[in-house]
Design a protein around this ligand. Structure first.
Ligand SMILES: Nc1nc2c(c(=O)[nH]1)N[C@H]1C(S)=C(S)[C@@H](COP(=O)(O)OP(=O)(O)OC[C@H]3O[C@@H](n4cnc5c(=O)[nH]c(N)nc54)[C@H](O)[C@@H]3O)O[C@H]1N2
Ligand SMILES: Nc1nc2c(c(=O)[nH]1)N[C@H]1C(S)=C(S)[C@@H](COP(=O)(O)OP(=O)(O)OC[C@H]3O[C@@H](n4cnc5c(=O)[nH]c(N)nc54)[C@H](O)[C@@H]3O)O[C@H]1N2
Ligand code: SF4
Ligand SMILES: [Mo]
Length: 709
């Protein structure tokens, strides 16, 4: 019987409420937004509506395990059974574990916003390896480290609907987050003011009351000057600061040097506009909406520290119309709780061996924010055996060969492994160089329970579609690997006791007072929460307060106060000639794609057929670059160029060029599928400099040059 299920899309972290129509044959025929969802309130996007079902039923979908028969990357495969695949994976992993030690095995996944993150972490820990890697040095690592250091715990809790002023910094919600975009438009319609800080004129900038266009990577100076304005005019929340913050005097002294005029010189934004931004923000309640545009940078933690301190001293933390702290029903275990739960961890002396823990202890290892390892350092370990050899990898939910900078080196590292197993939906450039490829369920075939901080509510994703072929989900694959490693005496601990998603989700829900039947029926369950329960639920910092001045940073020999740190291109041009006169920005999101996903879909390729690079008309004229023509792009530190297609627009500034990410062509020859040609990461370096607090690298503010192809 045709029926409709209320569910939650988790194709991305927005987690929009959905209504899924399922046919007699168990296939999904339609996906629509669920206006009842308290988190998304009817917001949705074309990826969830169209790309996800087309991906699930695509003729190129991988439906059974494959074993490589030819050379690595030769594209020759044979079909094998799950038993054969899992036995072979366990044989190879156990042999590497025996010869080099368990840490020589690494698990790779995209992040911890989805259950596959903690599942990968606990699988690797069970095998005895502390090494699981996620994208965060390229994604939200700076925000997360700052949030934790400062003690805010506020990521994703933006209360846009009750804000009088919305401050959007380095975020393009129109493309990246339809939930935020809809909320911003609702807020504008009721008269809230909107400030956008972005070097590119985004759709949000088009509707903003005030658009500040800074030089890339200089935002901290704006935040510092805004704090100075608030303090100078007595418009900070002195009572809140007195009760809940430490280090205010030191912060006030530091920001005193940031006059609007000085900030104007550092950022290229008019001093009067910085003053206006401070006045609008001070009128509050104000919400800070941040994005990837100020993350993934070698000065990113300091930028976030400046904005996070602004949120704190203005009293906008955990109040209506401000930035809510993370909420959860009592008794519920979040993915983060699980990763940090002592019952599911390895002894500290083993976790201390996490790759990157020595250099980035705030990020990796026993005291790190997410306990994961540092990606770039893992690639080094594969190629140089420092700090020790990494010889085997299990990859699920990340397309390393496309999404990590320096594609040639990344591919060289993957090919240098003794054993590589990749779980994927279609043959990707990462899967193409594997020894074993496993067919993964899509999110339409899986059950997931999570918290949306936007609601806040518990979200429920129903396994709506009948599975295709022999596909399995992450926890089933992990359980299969566990049982075979156990049989080979190759487990260190039993840290993944759930055989399937249903039992895992029951564990997460735990003792929480959530009506499970209603949750399954509605696709979500609201729970009650209290704002400003600071006394009961204090700040997780050494002082138990919000740390404007961080003793943790001081103890590591790092700057305990936020500050402006010059962006890469300013530091770089001091060292080199004017050969690379432009600044390259990468990563601009497209509505049709999620990173490297969905390039196999004809409709998406029709909307967006090629990777584009946005160039100001003056610059294009000077360099003789015609609209729509192919352009060769080289960065100062990158090993090789890539090709992108010119789009001439005055949305970008004359010296700044802006492109997206994630390009490859599934129809091109493997194993590269054009990743060395039209993928911007082929033109980037992964060598650093790295943010000293988070280990993040610059994916923007990169010195570059262009020429006609
Ligand atoms: N459709 C779609 N949605 C997505 C994704 C996707 O691939 N496709 N990816 C998801 C993921 S994982 C992420 S991390 C997010 C990322 O999405 P966002 O957080 O929106 O980040 P970006 O699109 O990288 O950049 C946002 C804005 O930052 C600006 N920017 C660049 N440099 C600077 C700077 O120095 N200062 C300031 N103030 N602004 C700057 C850019 O011009 C851009 O307009 O999107 C998520 N949503
Ligand atoms: N130069 C540059 N590089 C960047 C960025 C940038 O802005 N500039 N952005 C960075 C950011 S913010 C991020 S988050 C990363 C993204 O990098 P990735 O996470 O690698 O991006 P995806 O293309 O989404 O890769 C997901 C892959 O996992 C596979 N997969 C396996 N299991 C699952 C599953 O259960 N669900 C899903 N959905 N997929 C599964 C899919 O087949 C797909 O190939 O890239 C980073 N790289
Ligand atoms: S934004 Fe799109 S892909 Fe992401 S959860 Fe919502 S509908 Fe799904
Ligand atoms: Mo990301």
């Amino acid at each position: 019987m045709v029926h409709t299920i209320a569910s939650t899309c988790w194709e991305c972290a927005s987690k929009c409420g959905s209504l899924i129509t399922v046919n007699d044959d168990g296939r999904v025929s339609k996906i629509a937004p669920n206006p009842e969802s308290p988190a998304s309130r009817g917001a949705f996007c074309v990826k969830g509506m169209r790309a996800l079902p087309e991906w699930t039923y695509h003729p190129d979908r991988l439906t059974h395990p494959l074993r490589r028969v030819g050379e690595r990357g030769s594209g020759q495969w044979e079909r094998i059974s799950w038993d054969q695949a899992l036995d072979e994976i366990a044989d190879k992993m156990a042999a590497i574990r025996e010869r080099y030690g368990a840490p020589a095995l690494v698990g790779a996944v995209s992040g911890a916003a989805f259950s596959r993150g903690p599942v990968m972490a606990l699988l690797m820990r069970s095998i005895g390896s502390p090494n699981w890697m996620i994208n965060q040095d390229l994604c939200g690592g700076c925000r997360a480290v700052s949030d934790r250091l400062t003690g805010l715990s506020m990521t994703n809790g933006e209360d846009i609907d009750n804000a009088a002023c919305i401050l959007v910094v380095g975020r393009n919600p129109m493309a990246a987050d339809p939930v935020q975009w809809l909320a911003i438009k609702r807020a504008k319609a009721r008269g809230a003011s909107l400030i956008v800080i972005d070097p590119f004129r985004t759709s949000a900038a088009d509707i903003a009351d005030l658009w500040l266009q800074p030089l890339p990577g200089t935002d901290a100076a704006i935040a510092m000057a805004m704090m100075r304005q608030l303090i100078a005019k007595g418009r900070h929340d002195a009572a809140f600061v007195q009760q809940w913050c430490t280090g205010f005097d030191a912060l006030a002294e530091r920001v005193a040097g940031y006059t609007p005029e000085r900030a104007a010189k550092l950022t290229g934004v008019a001093a009067a506009d910085i003053v206006k931004a401070a006045d609008l923000y001070a009128a509050g309640p104000s919400v800070f909406v941040s994005g990837h545009g100020i993350d993934a940078a070698s000065n990113g933690v300091q930028t976030f520290r400046a904005f996070h301190c602004l949120v704190a001293i203005s009293g906008n933390l955990d109040r209506p119309g401000g930035n809510r702290r993370a909420k959860r029903p009592a008794g519920y275990t979040t993915y983060m709780d699980l990763l940090h739960d002592p019952r599911f961890r390895l002894p500290a002396e083993i976790e201390q061996q996490t790759i990157g823990a020595a250099q980035y202890p705030l990020w990796a290892g026993p005291a790190g924010w997410q306990t994961a390892c540092h990606n770039k350092s893992v690639l080094d370990a594969i190629l140089d055996s420092t700090p020790y050899p990494v010889r085997g990898m299990y990859v699920s939910g990340v397309n390393i060969a496309v999404m990590y900078p320096d594609t040639r080196r990344t591919l060289a590292a993957l090919k240098a492994l003794d054993f590589l197993c990749v779980a994927a939906h279609t043959m990707t450039p990462t899967a193409a160089v594997a020894d074993i490829v496993l067919p993964k369920t899509t999110t339409l075939e899986e059950e997931e329970v999570d918290i949306s901080q936007t609601g806040p509510c518990v979200t429920y994703t129903a396994p709506a579609s009948k599975r295709i072929g022999e596909v399995r989900c992450d926890i089933e694959i992990a359980a299969g690997i566990m049982s075979r490693m156990r049989a080979r005496g190759a487990l260190t601990a039993e840290l993944l006791p759930w055989p399937d998603q249903a039992s895992f989700n029951r564990f997460l829900l735990g003792e929480a007072k959530i009506d499970r039947e209603a949750m399954r029926r509605d696709g979500f369950a609201e729970f009650s929460y209290e704002l400003r329960d600071f006394a009961a639920n204090g700040f997780k910092t050494p002082s138990g307060k919000i740390e404007l001045y961080s003793n943790t940073l001081a103890g590591l020999g790092l700057d305990p106060l936020p500050d402006h740190v010059p962006p890469l291109f300013e530091r770089a041009t001091k060292l080199v000639s004017a050969d690379f006169p432009l600044v390259l920005q990468t990563g601009q999101r497209e509505k049709t794609y999620h990173h490297s996903r969905f390039r196999e879909q004809a409709w998406a390729r029709k909307v967006s057929p090629d990777p584009t690079i946005r160039i100001h008309p003056e610059t294009a004229g000077r360099l003789g670059l015609a609209d729509d023509s192919w352009v060769i792009v080289e960065t100062e530190a990158g090993a090789a160029p890539c090709r992108l297609r010119a789009e001439i627009t005055d949305r970008t500034a004359p010296d700044i060029v802006t492109t997206g990410i994630g390009w490859w062509r599934p129809e091109a020859d493997g194993p590269e599928f054009d990743v060395l040609d039209i993928n911007v990461n082929a033109a980037l370096t992964y060598a650093g400099p790295m943010d000293p607090m988070s280990g993040s690298v610059d994916t923007r503010a990169l010195p570059c040059r262009l020429r006609p192809a």
